[in-house]
Design a protein around this ligand. Sequence first.
Ligand code: FES
Length: 167
Amino acid sequence: MRKDLVGQFSEEQMAGVDRLIEAYRNVPGSLLVVLEKAQDITLYLPVNLQRYIAAGMGIPPSKVSGVVTFYSYFSTVPRGRKVIKVCSGTACYVKRSGEVMERLKRKIGIEAGEVSADGEYSIEEVRCLGACGLAPVVIVGEETFGLIDPEHAEEIIEKNGQRGERS
Ligand code: FES
C-alpha cells in the first residue's frame, strides 16, 4: 500500500505521514489532528492515503472517510500549495464574483478544480465565506481579500506573492 503512495507523494511526504501515525497512534481522539497535519504535508487526502492512515492508526477506514467527508476543510483531490477560494455566495455574486473568478483563472492559467503546473495554486469556488459585507471576497492561502475590484482582480495574486516574500 505504501509503495503505491510513494508514486503519488514523495518519500519525504510519506515519511512525514509515517511520523504522524507513529506519534498519534495511541492517542485517543487524535484522528482529526492527524488528518489536518497529514493534509498540511500532502496537500490532499485521497482515498488510498485515508486507508493507509486508518491502517496505521488501527481504526476502520470508514471512520477516516467519515471525518474527511464531514469537514469541507479536507480535500480528496489535488490542491496547490495555496488554494484560491472565490466566493460565489449571493452577495459576492451580485458584486461580480463571476468576473473575479474568470480573471483569476486567466491569470493563473487553470480552471477551477485544477492545480497550476508549478504546484503553487489551485482555484475553488466556495459558498458564502461569512464576510458578505466585504463582497466580493477571495481567500488566497491564509489571506483574505475583500471589496475586490473585479476589473483588477489579478492584483490580489501579486499582492499575496509580495507579502509571502516578505514573511
Ligand atoms: S456571499 Fe461571499 S462572503 Fe457571503
